[in-house]
Design a protein around this ligand. Structure first.
Ligand code: CO
Length: 468
């Protein structure tokens, strides 16, 4: 116990914290004034990029996510920047050709990302291969995240075996990604101990406060030897977000796990974010409901975000009274789908199918395209086999894929380039377009219109006629 082993912290305030609490609406202007201070803390990394931040930047904030990354990098000179990456789906919802995955990794690193956390919703490691190789090639840190979930198949043996494979694949570290806050403190002791005995690469733990156990889970995980934990500055911590940075720092003070971070500096950072939190509470963007303990996530083992999706889907269908029936259907669908973890996009696919099964009054009478794709193997291999009866009912005699799904996706960068050529202002634009075609084009048009406005202003000024 006397040997010093400081725990390190990844700060999530610029990504997961605002994604979990305020629909990813924090703007670049809101972030930039505090980045230099965040950079002084000595964090392991600063998480600042991912699927939702990219999408929301373009769609709602009319900001170029690449520009945001470059601006953050300019001010965060010491701290590694980290992003979340959905394996072969990159930041989108479909498997992309290998050339797009490689180019995205290359450009992410070129624009400032140091650590790429790569996950797959089925934990099918074949879906991570291309991204890991590309990251290794570009000199990035490739972290593979295991989508944590519960179920018969998910034994300690399952987790240690997959960890060994990850290490052999050339990943630089492993993250246990617990998106629903299901990992309980004493289970964390067992899991982290087993992983530390199995692999040499560092182990990081990512969880959410949703079920109320997260900071206890971190305590036990740190005692068991976890290397890095994900925390959020207190104004955007707890609830559906992460445990609070300051609280974890104080907890380990004077112990062998002492982070050494300066609480006064952290207090200054919290002071910066607190008025914004109040603003978000006042405007309703931050819903106090998301700040409490939602014990249903433990009962139904679904992520908090999925619960709110189900509520809104049922409301749209005029079937809000079927909420609990759907919650009970979710684990059954998950079982039919080979007991997959529930994380983007599997959480949406399982959730939508559970809604259909209940609303139609007959299971798998109505089936989504995504359900058919999952049951045809197009998302990859699940830990357990699919329910053969359900598979037959949904896809009939259609062919089932057993290869790496992306082997069937041809290279597509050239086609994408041709489609968006008229809007291109920087190399990265083709990647924005690849991920969110319609949203990106809308943004490109907006960007163009802004420029015309500025040009007009400049021209008017030159002529001595100021715009009114
Ligand atoms: Co998360």
């Amino acid at each position: 116990m006397s040997e010093k082993k400081p725990v390190r912290i990844t700060e999530t305030i610029l990504r997961d914290a605002h994604q979990s609490l305020i629909a990813t609406r924090m703007s670049t202007d809101q972030m930039l004034p505090i980045v230099e201070k965040l950079d002084q803390v000595g964090y392991h990394s600063l998480e600042c990029w991912g699927g939702a931040t990219f999408d929301a930047s373009l769609r709602f904030l009319h900001e170029d996510p690449w520009e945001r990354l470059r601006k953050i990098k300019e001010k965060a000179k010491k701290t590694p920047l980290q992003m979340l990456f959905r394996g072969q789906n990159i930041l989108g919802y479909r498997p992309y050709g290998d050339d797009v995955v490689e180019y995205f990794v290359q450009k992410s690193i070129a624009n400032g990302i140091d650590i790429i956390r790569i996950f797959d919703c089925l934990n099918d490691l074949r879906n991570l291969e291309t991204a890991v190789k590309a990251s290794n090639k570009e000199g990035g840190h490739a972290q593979i995240a295991l989508s944590y979930t519960l179920g018969d198949a998910y034994t300690l043996e399952y987790w240690t075996n997959i960890a060994k494979e990850i290490e052999q694949m050339g990943a630089n570290s492993i993250c246990i990604k617990d998106m629903a806050g299901l990992l309980l403190p004493y289970t964390a002791t067992e899991l982290v101990t087993a992983l530390k005995e199995t692999v040499k690469i560092p182990i990081q733990l990512h969880t959410h406060y949703t079920s109320g156990v997260a900071s206890m889970t971190y305590l036990k995980a740190v005692e068991a030897g976890v290397d890095v934990i994900d925390c959020a500055m207190s104004p955007f911590a707890l609830g559906t977000s992460q445990p609070a940075t300051e609280v974890m720092v104080e907890t380990f003070k004077g112990t062998p796990y002492d982070t050494g971070y300066d609480q006064n500096l952290l207090a200054e950072i919290a002071d910066y974010f607190r008025p914004y939190r109040d603003e978000c509470l006042d405007s309703g963007l931050l819903n106090p409901k998301n700040l409490g303990v939602n014990i249903k996530t433990l009962l139904y083992q679904v992520p908090g975000g999925m619960l709110s999706n189900l509520t809104s889907q049922l409301k749209d269908l005029g079937a809000a009274d079927k909420y609990y029936e759907v919650l009970e259907e979710v684990p059954r669908v998950r079982k039919d789908f080979g007991e997959c973890p529930l994380v983007t996009p599997s959480s949406q696919i399982v959730g939508s199918q559970a809604v259909m099964n209940v609303v139609a009054g007959e299971r798998y009478k109505m089936v989504t395209k995504e359900t058919k794709d999952v049951l045809s193997g197009k998302y990859g291999k699940t830990v357990k086999p699919f329910n053969p009866e359900v598979q037959k009912k949904c896809i009939g005699d259609a062919e089932v894929i057993t290869c790496r799904p992306a082997d069937l996706v041809p290279n597509e960068l050239a086609t994408l380039e041709a489609e968006m050529a008229q809007y291109k202002e920087q190399d990265e634009d083709v990647l924005s377009y690849a991920l969110f075609p319609q949203v990106a084009v809308d943004f490109f048009k907006y960007r163009e219109a802004q420029k015309t406005k500025v040009d007009a202003t400049v021209a008017d000024t030159k002529n001595g006629a100021y715009p009114v």
